[in-house]
Design a protein around this ligand. Structure first.
Ligand SMILES: Nc1ncnc2c1ncn2[C@@H]1O[C@H](COP(=O)(O)OP(=O)(O)OP(=O)(O)O)[C@@H](O)[C@H]1O
Ligand SMILES: [Mg+2]
Length: 249
């Protein structure tokens, strides 16, 4: 459904991704881990069509994002939705929550996604009371804000979410609640996702397939159990050991 082939990306002449290959099948739950600066967010942005490859391709249903016709581009916009830390970049701080969610529903109609939900239903889907529609993002806790940003993504009717550190700004209890929510939504809504996280415990809970990134290259890929229980690469072992103290339950 989404595929990356030989992807290279440079910022101001400095290459930060050196030939990445990745496939995302419908409903697949992929984890991306790697130390800070290894290129995780850049891969996420490339999957959303937000950065231009210097070489290689990102393709949606077999066509490069750069060659999508208007109808397909609309389908792509609806199909792949971002969730960043605490709603940064995806929630307009000046708009009421209800208005942001209504924007998402309008976008869904424009993109031709079958979407019959209301703002109230979206809020309930992320376990928030409908009266939160009347608040601004600054009037919410971090966990509530992240629920709203997930609802905003779901409003558009996506089949894949790009979740970039969706819980790292939250305290451990709130993290655990958001992890539970993502897990429940993925099952109920048949969503696939690419989950970017430093936290191996979260990847362990939420992902089937894991790719380990170091300095712009994938050094190890495999099933969740292969990567987490039996990492082959010394770098992966170090990542695992460095987050051992953060393990949830
Ligand atoms: N807009 C930009 N302009 C220039 N360089 C950038 C830009 N965005 C990222 N970089 C550089 O690209 C590299 C990869 O960054 P990226 O944000 O993808 O890493 P990351 O794995 O997401 O890190 P973190 O875990 O800290 O979020 C880093 O060296 C970073 O400094
Ligand atoms: Mg990042």
């Amino acid at each position: 459904m989404l595929e990356i082939d030989g992807l290279r990306i440079s910022y101001r002449g400095t290459e930060v991704l050196h030939g990445i290959d990745l496939r995302i099948e419908p409903g697949e739950r992929i984890g991306l881990i790697g130390e800070s600066g290894s290129g995780k967010t850049t891969i996420g942005r490339a999957l959303l069509g937000l950065v231009r490859p210097t070489a290689g391709t990102v393709s949606f249903e077999g066509t490069s994002l750069t060659d999508l016709d208007r109808a397909r581009k609309r389908r792509f916009r609806a199909a792949v939705q971002p969730v960043f830390q605490e709603g940064a970049e995806t929630l307009n701080p000046r708009r009421l929550v209800g208005a942001s969610l209504a924007d998402g529903l309008t976008a869904a109609r424009r993109f031709g996604t079958a979407q019959t939900r209301t703002v109230d239903e979206l809020l309930r889907l992320v376990e928030l009371d409908p009266q939160f529609a009347e608040r601004r993002p600054s009037e919410l806790s971090g966990g509530q804000r992240q629920r709203v940003s997930i609802a905003r993504a779901l409003a558009v009717g996506p089949s894949v979410l790009v979740l970039d550190e969706p819980t790292s700004a939250l305290d451990p209890t709130t993290q655990a609640h958001i992890v539970d929510l993502i897990e429940a939504l993925a099952t109920d809504e048949q969503l696939g996702y690419v989950l970017i996280s430093h936290n191996l415990a979260i990847i362990d809970r939420l992902c089937d397939t894991v790719h380990v990134l170091r300095q712009g290259e994938i050094v190890e890929s495999g099933s969740r159990s292969q990567i987490i229980d039996d990492p082959q690469h010394e770098y992966t072992r170090r990542l695992r050991d460095s987050v051992a103290e953060l393990l949830l339950d």
